[in-house]
Write a protein that binds this ligand. Structure first.
Ligand SMILES: CC(C)(COP(=O)(O)OP(=O)(O)OC[C@H]1O[C@@H](n2cnc3c(N)ncnc32)[C@H](O)[C@@H]1OP(=O)(O)O)[C@@H](O)C(=O)NCCC(=O)NCCS
Length: 181
């Protein structure tokens, strides 16, 4: 098993993995292509032989963009220079609880040792899927945001696996950060 750069030939696979967990339409092929082409992004895949079994996308972020996304201009100074956003991480369901997400996050930290890394972690059905993994790496909980995906979700711009027919969006996002040592 090895961690490699996300390549154009992986786009179909990672997009299918993303559709399965986040719902169709949440991440698109162009999101992944942009992650490959943009100098601000870094895409990682975990391969078993040639098969992609997990991926992670990070990008260089700006404080102002985070303020706009969260609609929160009271953000602490933890979120200032050298910000890396851990934008998305998925492990194929047959490979979970074997430490693969931890491997990917360890690599992201090693590659960005001088940066503050943050993520808007998905809280689904009252539970932050990644909580135990990121706690292990010294991420701290900053604040919960109830509605960063609400509008797109309720306009059905993607098919959230947690949203029941006729009901409102029930996911929220929890902002975590990890300052450089
Ligand atoms: C959240 C997600 C990425 C975690 O991936 P993962 O590879 O299962 O994560 P890890 O294996 O590193 O850690 C998960 C748990 O397994 C445990 N674990 C790690 N290695 C283990 C091993 N060898 N044997 C048993 N358990 C192990 C970890 O301690 C952690 O423990 P806990 O949750 O019981 O407290 C994965 O479940 C996923 O893709 N979910 C859907 C998408 C998603 O929610 N992404 C995050 C959006 S913010």
């Amino acid at each position: 098993m090895r961690i490699e750069k996300l390549l154009p030939i992986d786009v179909l696979t990672v997009n299918l993995l993303a559709d399965k967990v986040f719902g169709k339409g949440y991440l698109t092929k162009s999101y992944f292509l942009n992650a490959i082409e943009s100098r601000n992004f870094q895409g990682y895949v975990l391969r078993e032989n040639t098969k992609v079994i997990a991926f992670c996308i990070v990008y260089k972020a700006k404080r102002e963009d985070l303020i706009v996304k969260l609609k929160d201009d009271s953000l602490d100074n933890y979120f200032s220079e050298q910000l890396i956003c851990l934008d998305t991480i998925v492990v194929s369901d047959a490979y979970r609880r074997k430490g693969l997400a931890s491997l990917l996050i360890k690599k992201v930290i090693e590659d960005n040792i001088d940066a503050t890394i943050y993520l808007n972690a998905w809280k689904q059905n009252g539970f932050v899927n990644l909580a135990s993994v990121i706690n292990k790496f010294g991420f701290r909980l900053y604040k919960e945001y109830l509605d960063i995906w609400k509008l797109e979700c309720e306009l059905n711009q993607f098919v959230c696996p947690s949203k029941k027919e006729g009901e409102n969006c029930c996911c929220s996002s929890v902002l975590y950060y990890r300052s450089p040592k």
